[in-house]
Design a protein around this ligand. Sequence first.
Ligand code: MN
Length: 416
Amino acid sequence: MKSWLEISSKSDFSIHNLPFGIFRHKKSIPHAGVAIGDYVIDLSVLFDQGSLKKEGIKKNVFEADALNDFISLGKDTGRKVRNRLIDLFGSDNSELRDNIDLKEKTLHKLKDVTMLLPVKPGNYTDFYSSLEHATNVGSMFRDPENPLLPNWKWLPVGYHGRASSIVVSGTPIQRPKGQIKLSENEPPVYAPTMALDFELEMAFITTNGKPLGQTILIEEAEEYIWGMVLFNDWSARDIQKWEYQPLGPFLGKSFASSVSPWVVFMDALEPFRVDGPGQNPPPLPYLRSAGMNNYDINLEVYLQPKGGKAVKICDTNFKYMYWNICQQLAHQSSNGCNIMAGDIYASGTISGPTSDSYGSMLELTWNGTMPFILPDGLERKFIDDGDTVIIKGYAGKNGIKISFGEVETTVLPAIL
Ligand code: MN
């Protein structure tokens, strides 16, 4: 596939990708758009002008500050719009190429737009699906001989997170405060966290599911998984450690999570399907998935101290996940819980098998016992004020690159 639009081979956004997002061009109201090369395609303009007539969309769902209304039209409508853009921007289509006026209205330079949160998530779930991550954490805090709890290989463990504090890349976050136990024998204190951490994750975004009480079967799961983003599930380890028993993560997690602005539509990831790791014991029938449901997506984390250079601190891959996205959605829906358009389902921290592929500071510095030294001599156990954490993700094969861009967040001091 080639486009008449000039797109650098290094671009994150080739015609093979075409991710969806919400942007604001200069001072105008937010619109839905698609990234291509150095540009954003304004879907609202295309719709109003009649270029998206055959896609069965009745009203302009693109003049919106979230993709939810568009996503709620279903995956097939998403596919029709994306395929229409592949056609419209294809090298042998002159429709838009030769319409100077419309082209000017439809294409905005990426550098002239501000990206907003792509969806307004009604619900956010965070799973715990990386075997390497669960093993590392279990070894650190429980028993290195027996790191996994008895349920771990039977179900994709997860918790319900907080949707209201999900922010888009580029939004700084404040260091959270909370109850921290400084020593075993003293009462807790209320103070800014001393163990702020990132969690390298990916997340899928769903369409509307079935009515409350009905379940999405594993073989139906893909119909409801619309696209994917990069996700940083910020965590305060000291707050988490004191509060989490018996009901699980709460304020050590809910202060903020960061997402990348571009939602990569699932069709773009088709060439990158791979087999997941073997699952033993075999999952119960309702969690048994057929075919290749893992994805070969390279993931990197960079840490940039204030005024310093960004240093790569983690290199891993989404393909290592033990539980795949179909299993996660089937499990989420298995009790009849309803799934909504724009919901966010995060993978859990993605760690690989080697010590340079761990997806959190907790693991990279082994709970602060092995701090790492940045090139300018600074030491880090966890994330300091002024630090910027950048997660990047891309899949690449046979000259095709599907990039997720990045999610970048700077940590500001606690408000005291
Ligand atoms: Mn997490």
